[in-house]
Design a binder for this molecule. Sequence first.
Ligand code: G3P
Length: 220
Amino acid sequence: MRFFIDTANLNEIREINNLGILDGVTTNPSLMAKEGITGKNNIFAHYKAICQIVEEGDISAEVLATDYVGMVREGEELADIDENIVVKVPMTKDGIRAIHHFTNNGIRTNCTLIFSAAQALIAAKAGASYVSPFVGRLDDISTDGLDLIQKINDIFLNYDYDTEILAASLRHPMHVLRCAEIGAHVVTAPAKVFLDLFNHPLTDAGLKKFIEDGQKLNLR
Ligand code: G3P
């Protein structure tokens, strides 16, 4: 399973990338705005900086337009920034049309704001490289977000779609582990979620004891 970090913060991307466990980055307009990035030149330069940190990973860059023509124009510009850019497109009729266009023109896509298996099926049929079901936001409205990951996985296994499941809006380590059990291809989460995966109190206690006993060995 691949790990993508869900942030536009360069320091967080560097931190997880330096651990050697990062396979890509997902951003969205809210995450870019959180970093205070404004203006087309600055936004494009920021995406380029992300691509330079994660040299071989896919970087999702989201279109802001909501109409087909605007999405195609923006998506083609975003794809020109770097070969690792994946154009992120919202799950709408215009978005699906744009994904179909991008697929036919060799531009990879991530269909975002997926909240049902039906939407994931439509995106796969249009040729999306990734579908992004939002687990946490479904949990927020008392609907089992992980159940959606399971359903999409079951459906995709019945056919030979190239579309990969990119489980998004993950909020804690158990979301990641359950996605791994189900077989999601990719998870995207904030840095804290990945850092929390490292933790176990028995590791801390065990290491403390090894250090104490190691000092008795008098290696010098
Ligand atoms: O990748 C989608 C993600 O950014 C949404 O996460 O926590 O805002 O629901 P969240």
